[in-house]
Design a protein around this ligand. Structure first.
Ligand code: PLP
Length: 379
């Protein structure tokens, strides 16, 4: 059976260059990076090389990069770490209603610990208003966390304007850039971002890898106690092989990033045009706003998405309804809900996400099958 993978926002296929680098590292660089002998120092050198690669890719200093186990840990580390470290200055946090659960759940935890959190509304396209953000800032606001691009819709937030405003107000700005890194050039200096989260398995690296950027002028409490690894912010022997793979993955996505972004965007446009031409009563959520070039979220009126996902899977097509973690729990999308979609619309929305291994033929196969399934669903 033909297999078409269009769920790249959930995870990506590991790049062969990453696999080769990881195997090489297992075979040749198995020292503990904390050991003082040559094998240990060689391993440490590999980690520092990756730190340099990532730092130059997002325009920060190498000692501002902390390796983590991925986006979930990254968001936890920044939000809890910053909130606990700075609680004397204030206990108010601002985020949005459409963040990934790793941010929303962490904020709920912080609420239980005595912090107050404001969740910003979004408009029908899924974007916050910077004016609304400004109005919600209080004297005790210490932290604002707003995602770079949404994982269910691909809708981008006005990061540059937000960075500008928060710099003026001297408020710490974190962005969950898990769906942005690797698809767009992100310059943390230019965007005035003070902390950022990235996940390795969304950029053709392996699962359980990632990093945060933390501006050197800010401090966070560490989550994992023990050794002084990762600039004394995350104890534990490093995931050396994963970090080496992350460096290769990051380097690969950063090569010709503008060109790759254009290729992805063209493929997504091709997909959306074809769907709109061939299937009636389809709404592309967030269509008229700025989006990353990899995610399309469509509402297929009169269709039940759980049935559709099974039917698509039986034809070898992998997509999801909302985010991957949502579909497992079969929860309705808090993102589309915040965008004002009604109950029926929430049950009939599909996320398609393209990546560097997809082709036009994949899209043709997907739309051809989607059309047939929609016809059966609506008959
Ligand atoms: N943040 C966003 C926007 C995501 O899309 C995801 C994963 O889907 C995460 C955080 C969590 O990343 P990880 O799977 O690396 O823990």
């Amino acid at each position: 059976m033909q297999m078409v993978y269009l769920d790249n926002a959930a995870t990506t296929k590991t790049d062969e260059k990453v696999i080769k680098a990881i195997i090489k590292s297992y075979e040749e660089n198995y020292g503990n990076p904390s050991s003082t002998h040559r094998l240990g120092q060689k391993a440490k050198g590999m980690i520092e090389k990756t730190r340099d690669i990532i730092a130059s890719g997002i325009n920060c200093k190498s000692n501002e990069i902390i390796f983590t186990s991925g986006g979930t840990e990254g968001n936890n580390l920044v939000l809890k770490g910053f909130a606990f470290m700075n609680q004397e200055k204030g206990k108010h946090i601002i985020t949005t209603k459409v963040e990934h659960p790793t941010v929303l759940e962490t904020c709920k935890y912080l609420e239980k610990k005595g912090f107050e959190v404001t969740y910003l509304d979004v408009n029908r396209d899924g974007v916050i208003s910077v004016e609304d953000l400004e109005n919600k800032i209080r004297k005790d606001t210490i932290l604002v966390s707003i995602m770079y691009a949404n994982n269910e819709t691909g809708v981008k937030m006005p990061i540059e304007e937000i960075g500008e405003l928060l710099e003026k107000k001297s408020i710490f700005f974190h962005t969950d850039a898990v769906q942005g890194i690797g698809h767009e050039k992100i310059d943390v200096q230019k965007l005035k971002i003070k902390a950022l989260t990235c996940s390795g398995h969304k950029i053709y690296g392996v699962k359980g890898t990632g990093f945060i950027y933390l501006n050197k002028n800010y401090s966070i409490e560490k989550e994992i106690w023990g050794g002084s690894q990762e600039i004394n912010k995350r104890g534990g022997t490093e995931n050396l092989e994963g970090i080496v793979g992350l460096g290769v993955a990051f380097q690969e996505v950063c090569k010709n990033i503008e060109k790759n972004n254009m290729v992805e965007k063209n493929l997504l446009n091709y997909l959306e045009d074809k769907i709109q031409k061939e299937i009636k009563n389809v709404e592309i959520n967030g269509k008229d706003t700025d989006r990353i070039g990899t995610i399309s979220n469509i509402t297929l009126k009169g269709c039940d998405i759980q049935t559709m996902l099974i039917a698509l899977d039986m034809r070898g097509i992998c997509v999801s309804g909302g985010s991957a973690c949502m579909s497992g729990a079969q929860k309705e999308s808090h993102v589309l809900k915040a965008m004002g979609r009604n109950e029926l619309e929430l049950k009939s929305s599909l996320r398609i996400s393209v990546g560097k291994y997809n082709t036009k033929e994949d899209i043709d196969y997907f739309v051809e099958n989607l059309k047939k399934i929609v016809e059966i669903e609506r008959s």
